[in-house]
Design a protein around this ligand. Structure first.
Ligand code: DQA
Length: 146
């Protein structure tokens, strides 16, 4: 199956950005680990990051020309602000898992609301970069059960 992984703003800075919150691993390393795991399970990853709301929306719209089977999304700060990205992912009708590196519930109150969680199959937060790998393993099982 094809799994699209979408990452929002500032996640390109992983490794240097607030490492006490987000860890020291770079986004490139996370991408490589996701691709490696997916390959061993027989799946393919499309890994995408953008700092721009419109680009994320347009990447999601690409599903209509080049479909994907499942989405993993870390909308980053757009989690707490973007009705537009919520509407875009909802429009695709593709099941998705919401991932956050940090435990957003342990942080500022404004991070505790998500525009995505009620639509997501599930939400993983606070488990660092492993959250992406757990999401891939879940998707593998879920698709095999269907
Ligand atoms: C984040 C949490 C968000 O609140 C924050 O704006 C991010 C990253 C995370 O992965 O922990 O940029 O999505």
């Amino acid at each position: 199956a094809t799994i699209l992984i979408v990452n929002g703003p500032n996640l390109n800075l992983l490794g240097v950005r607030e490492p006490h919150i987000y860890g020291t691993e770079t986004l490139e390393s996370i991408s490589n680990n996701c691709k490696e795991l997916a390959k061993t399970l027989g799946h393919e990853i499309e890994f995408f990051q953008s700092n721009a709301e419109a680009e994320i929306i347009e990447r999601l719209h690409q599903h209509f020309s080049t479909p994907v089977d499942y989405i993993i999304i870390n909308p980053a700060a757009f989690t707490h602000s973007s009705v537009a990205i919520r509407d875009a992912i909802s429009a695709t009708n593709v099941p998705f898992i919401e991932v956050h590196l940090s435990n957003v519930h342990q942080r500022e109150p404004f991070r505790q609301h998500s525009y995505f969680s009620d639509l997501a199959t599930g939400v993983i937060c606070g488990l660092g970069s492993q959250g992406y790998l757990f999401a891939i393993r879940y998707i593998d099982q879920a698709l095999k059960q269907n």
